[in-house]
Design a protein around this ligand. Sequence first.
Ligand code: ADP
Ligand code: MG
Ligand code: ZN
Length: 503
Amino acid sequence: MAHAVTPSFEQALDKYEPVLGLETHIELGTASKMFCPCPTAFGADPNTQVCPVCLAFPGSLPVVNEKAVEGAIRLGLALNCSIAPWGRFARKNYFYPDMPKNYQISQYDEPICVDGYLDVTVDTPEGPREFRVEIERVHMEEDTGKSSHVGGSTGRIHGASHSNVDYNRAGIPLLEIVTKPIPGTDSLAPLVARAYAAELRDLVRSLGISDVRMEEGSMRCDVNVSVNERGAGEWGTRSETKNVNSLRSVERAVRSEIERQAGVLDAGERVVQETRHFQEHLGRSTSGRSKEEAQDYRYFPDPDLVPVAPSAEWIEELRATLPELPAAQRARVTAEWNLSDTELRDLVNADAIGLVEATVVEGAPSAEARKLWLNELSRRATEQEVELSSLPITPAQVARVIALVAEGALTNKLARQVVEGVLAGEGEPDAVVEARGLKVVSDDGALGAAVDEAIANNPDAADKVRGGKVAAAGALVGAVMKATRGQADAGRARELILEKLSS
Ligand code: ADP
Ligand code: MG
Ligand code: ZN
């Protein structure tokens, strides 16, 4: 049998069509755990947020967290799902050291939300294109604890002298959102997967039910991919790449897996149904556990829990109080701010709509707010490798900087220094202006002296202006700006120069 050679993405797509499927876990931001009153705050000392229920002491009984059910229903409604009027939790039985009960409470054949969809948009050379991703189900479950392996050099279990288990995370509520198979995306498959993950993240964030930080693990994607020969009429065998923890990795995981599977099929071999692990540093996944000897989880309804039976009134109340969802928000700001496709896309890609909107609410014109967030602030976020929203500057502070520029108190260049000061923790914009002495020099006394000096030092330019070549004033304004280290009001300096040279 020929050894598999990995073709390029384009070669793979010539011959094969991909099918996608995404399973996403969201950690809910409830104050307490799924089945006990333990707190859920991130980063506490190990095993300080535990109790007999989440440690599975014999005789302890779980009670369902109403807020978690509410979050599940709100997400289901936002995803256009039907909400089950009645459903039970199930025990998913398997042994794992970080799971004290040796079963996970989940939902199996009675999920709380079924049959929805999420529309996503991807950019193509021909313009934006929309895909409808069908949602199979949203169900509730609980997270496991966390193991760490001590004494080895790699942090892995091999070579470790012992392992520690922290149960603080055990029992934190999770929602799992499972898509139906997504065919028909062709070469856009990597982008569709990424756009879906981004849209789902934004949707969840708009509902306020989770902080959905992929890098911290409060949103985790498992990416299923199969390929089949064009026109085969039957989907191929899928692999499932686990715990892909950034949008970029979702895209890369799909792309590399399409290439790998095409290579396997080209060589006359068959794709093995398995779980794979995405390796950030390689940009592709490596083989994990084969699913062909898939374990039997012996699911059965959990007899310790009463069924979840949300009333129709409650569901309608939750539907009526859904916030504006991202798609509606995008449509609204596009109209309100008069955006082109490209301008909207830039805002979406920078994850800046909410920030710009908050800045506009603080009184800034939308064009200026967009400019500051997309240029200066995006650049600094990239530099510091943080999300735009994590920069230590508030929309109110950004709006104040914009107002100072509009009043003529700051030039754009000085405004950037003020932003730098705010980001460096030097306080409010006005305090930074004061402390750094950044006010525009616009009083005619100080400015007049600088103008006189510029005229004296640049006689050629001055003569040209005297002779009617007004364009030559630019050199003099430049000299004034240089002399005042950029703090002059350039407009006023120009007026003074022309006044002084006109008589
Ligand atoms: P499991 O229970 O083993 O995880 P599921 O039936 O829940 O399997 O499917 C997991 C995910 O894989 C779903 O999102 C589903 O849509 C997707 N999927 C199923 N078949 C295929 C396929 N042939 N190619 C790609 N994705 C698939
Ligand atoms: Mg699954
Ligand atoms: Zn507990």
